[in-house]
Design a protein around this ligand. Structure first.
Ligand code: ATP
Ligand code: MG
Length: 450
């Protein structure tokens, strides 16, 4: 009960001195420091704010620095030569300093506290516009979690801890500012942000917020599909993708985001394992400084329903390539109303899936063509994950691993030789010839076009 009262009226802000917060100025962005200094020199309040300070306190290198100020966007723009106002939902100013880009936001108030009409809520209580300016205290209250309501003043190196986030971080607790039911309802993306911060910072959402999340999870469907595309990437394309994924599944937020995948995973345990492995693979790649691509992430998450439909279509007599194309299209049709996956990603996703049906064709000519495909490497990695998750591909991954090791001159020989085929257990498939000949045209086109 006490906790509840506290949550609704967070304690007074605390000033934390350098000896306690231990943030060194050199750890902060020079551009953000300069911007704060300039704004302050003109009589405005200005602080480094939010995630960057939270990360520094957690021993993590912040990926970007944000500044919060009492100056209005118009006042900010007038003070910097390379600055422009962006956004409608949240008007912010992008200020370029050297090579850095700093987001400068004007203090905002929760719209019900404001005096003008620049804030707006939908019928379900969702905040659709939030441009009511306010004081620093009000600005802190409209932020999502206590550990995101830090304000650092570089001029005196004082940390303003507005909602007890310092103690929460120390205790490993993630809690919303104010009533979690209201805060999640106001902006359901905060539920995804909760998973992001829990996994990234090894925090645990407090019990009341957990309950609120489970009650409000269906509200995710009210978030604009375009916004969800980025948010999913922010949660899952990280060095904690595996933990975050498990949390999404446990909280059933995953069902809200990817209903077709959630259903398919229930039916086919192998695909559940596949997605888990893909998440672990993401973690490994990030830890090894290898690239991770959004299209690969989405291709993996959407593989379970695609695979099920593919199997159904091939059993119904379609050729593998056609079946995959139809299955992929079906998955996309179901997914796109939930999450807008831009076309520049849906195309490579489809390519990776379709290549799964071309990889088994290992004659010299075919193999060379497949290996030349711009998505070959991704498709090969995808194949290895399928095998690792228990799918029987007749040792195809090993074949392609060996194929890539041979030098270009001997590749033709390799594909035609016994050695090339030695490690593959060939199994006769009914209709194999018919399926292959049915494939030829589309296969060629696919490789040639991309
Ligand atoms: P990251 O390290 O991923 O950038 P972040 O906390 O900095 O995490 P941003 O999206 O950069 O996330 O947001 C900056 C700050 O703005 C947050 O720390 C938080 O105070 C506030 N904020 C961002 N999104 C929301 C939201 N949906 N609701 C309330 N406050 C938010
Ligand atoms: Mg940030």
């Amino acid at each position: 009960m006490l906790k509840k009262i506290f949550k609704k009226t967070p304690g007074k802000s605390k000033q934390i001195a350098k000896r306690d917060h231990k943030i060194q100025l050199e750890q902060t962005s020079k551009a953000a420091r300069d911007i704060c200094e300039r704004l302050q020199s003109k009589g405005h309040q200005a602080y480094m704010v939010g995630g960057c300070i939270r990360d520094l306190l957690s021993g993590i290198n912040p990926k970007d620095f944000d500044v919060a100020t009492s100056a209005t966007p118009e006042q900010v723009v007038r003070l910097f030569s390379r600055a422009r106002i962006i956004g409608r939902r949240f008007r912010i100013v992008h200020v370029r300093q050297g090579r850095e880009l700093i987001e400068v936001t004007t203090f905002r108030a929760h719209h019900t506290q404001g005096k003008d009409r620049h804030g707006k809520q939908s019928d379900s209580g969702m905040l659709v516009r939030d441009n009511v300016y306010g004081s620093l205290e009000e600005d802190a209250m409209r932020r999502d979690f206590t550990c995101n309501a830090f304000y650092f003043d570089p001029s005196n190196e004082t940390l303003y801890d507005m909602c007890n986030g310092f103690a929460d971080l120390k205790d490993g607790i993630l809690q919303t500012i104010g009533d979690p039911y209201e805060r999640f309802k106001e902006d359901p993306v905060r539920m995804l942000r909760a998973i992001r911060f829990e996994s990234k910072l090894d925090l645990e959402l407090d019990e009341e917020s957990q309950d609120a999340l489970s009650i409000n999870r269906h509200m995710l469907s009210e978030v604009s599909p375009a916004r969800l595309f980025d948010e999913v990437i922010k949660v899952l394309m990280t060095a904690h993708a595996d933990v975050a994924y498990n949390m999404l599944v446990e909280t059933r937020l995953f069902d809200q985001l990817f209903p077709a995948s959630a259903e398919a995973i229930e039916i086919d345990a192998g695909t559940a394992r596949f997605v888990e492995l893909a998440m672990r693979n993401t973690v490994d790649r990030i830890q090894q400084d290898k690239g991770v691509a959004p299209f690969f992430l989405y291709a993996a998450i959407l593989w379970p329903p695609t695979k099920l439909a593919y199997e159904e279509f091939t059993q119904g007599g379609m050729s593998p390539f056609e079946a995959m194309e139809a299955a992929g299209r079906m998955t996309m049709e179901r997914q796109l109303p939930r999450i807008t996956i831009p076309k520049r990603f849906t195309l490579p996703i489809m390519e990776v899936w379709k290549l799964q049906t071309l990889l088994p064709r290992t004659t010299a000519k075919r193999a060379a063509r497949t290996a030349d495909h711009p998505r070959f490497r991704a498709a090969y990695d995808f194949l290895l994950l399928r095998e690792e998750s228990g799918e029987d591909t007749e040792n195809l991954g090993h074949w392609w691993t060996e194929y890539q090791k041979t030098n270009p001159v001997s590749k033709k020989e390799f594909s035609n030789s016994k050695a090339g085929g030695k490690n593959r257990r060939r199994r006769r498939r009914p209709n194999r010839n018919r399926a292959e000949s049915g494939n030829n045209d589309s296969g060629n086109k696919e490789s040639g076009n991309s």
